[in-house]
Design a protein around this ligand. Structure first.
Ligand SMILES: Cc1cc2nc3c(=O)[nH]c(=O)nc-3n(C[C@H](O)[C@H](O)[C@H](O)COP(=O)(O)OP(=O)(O)OC[C@H]3O[C@@H](n4cnc5c(N)ncnc54)[C@H](O)[C@@H]3O)c2cc1C
Length: 267
């Protein structure tokens, strides 16, 4: 995987269950030496090009969290049918696909962890992956700052460089402040993962802050570029389209705030 020759994916979201992952309805049944999966997933990154997938399924939807188990499967297994999705706003270099499972038989050893532990595994995975997603926000914001600084120095209005206007300077200053804060929150979450501390809350702090600030700064980058910012010929409209997704996947910005609020009221 590290060499890039083998790709994997993480299949949790379904057409009827995104933020409320416990409502998923892809089912599995125990059939002798095999598990049999039926149902569908949507918006799964890498699904149409990956060699294997992590898939979450329930033995009984009414059990919600307690009914969910986690499986690892070869995407060439008969009955596993990924189909590329087209027409994304941003992050178009990344594959996104739906998957249909039709009597997809996978061996008993495909179960990850114990039966019924799937929901916990899914949430623990997010604790570790959310900081990586914030790295996307940091990249977007750093690029926005670099591009805007150069453009502001170069572009003239009212007989002077737009970098001399305080309104422009303050937008750049806010980018620089938030970049530092995003990096520190991300390192803090990564440190909590390394020391096996309470990573969940720090991952949510980093994800909520990083995603929302990156979106704001990407939007400001378009503003600083003026009309050129709106055109594909210039780099900043792409930053705005790419930043938007960080507020949506791996738990939306609203879901991060739910995690944080739940933590506050538990104390
Ligand atoms: C390009 C892309 C790649 C993705 N990659 C993957 C992947 O690899 N694997 C995977 O499993 N999923 C993936 N996803 C799915 C993504 O994680 C979900 O889209 C996301 O979790 C939101 O779920 P939803 O789309 O069903 O929105 P919904 O859950 O329907 O939410 C709709 C809106 O309601 C809000 N909302 C929902 N519940 C609450 C609440 N209780 N309080 C306040 N607001 C709420 C949400 O924040 C959102 O604004 C990907 C999505 C995209 C677009």
């Amino acid at each position: 995987m590290a060499s890039g020759r083998v790709l994997g994916g993480y299949g949790l979201t379904e057409p009827g269950a995104g933020s409320d992952a416990a409502a998923l309805s892809t089912t599995y049944i125990d059939d002798g030496d095999h598990w049999v999966l039926n149902g569908s997933k949507v918006f799964i990154s890498n699904a149409s090009i990956s060699n294997w997938m992590i898939v979450f399924a329930t033995k009984d939807k009414a059990l919600r969290h307690d009914g969910i188990s986690c499986f690892v499967l070869d995407t060439d297994t008969p009955g596993c049918k990924p189909k590329k999705m087209h027409g994304k706003l941003g992050q178009r270099a990344s594959d996104t696909a739906e998957i249909v499972f039709e009597d997809c038989r996978i061996p008993k050893k495909a179960l990850v962890g114990a039966e019924g532990e799937g929901f916990k595994i899914a949430m623990r995975t997010f604790d570790r992956t959310r900081p990586q997603i914030v790295a996307v926000s940091i990249g977007v914001t750093q690029r926005a700052l670099d591009e805007c600084r150069a453009y502001a120095l170069d572009r003239n209005a009212f007989g002077q460089s737009i970098a001399s206007f305080q309104a422009i300077q303050f937008m750049l200053a806010d980018m620089a402040i938030d970049l530092e804060a995003m990096r520190l929150l991300t390192y803090r979450a990564a440190w909590e993962i390394d020391r096996k501390g309470g990573a969940s809350i720090y991952s949510s702090y980093a994800k909520a802050f990083g995603a929302d600030r990156a979106m704001k700064h990407a939007e400001n980058a378009v503003q600083i570029f003026g009309g050129y910012g709106y055109m594909k010929e210039y780099p900043v409209e792409k930053l705005m389209r790419d930043a938007k997704l960080v507020q949506i996947y791996e738990g939306t910005s609203q879901i991060q705030r739910m995690v944080i609020a739940r933590h506050l009221f538990k104390q």
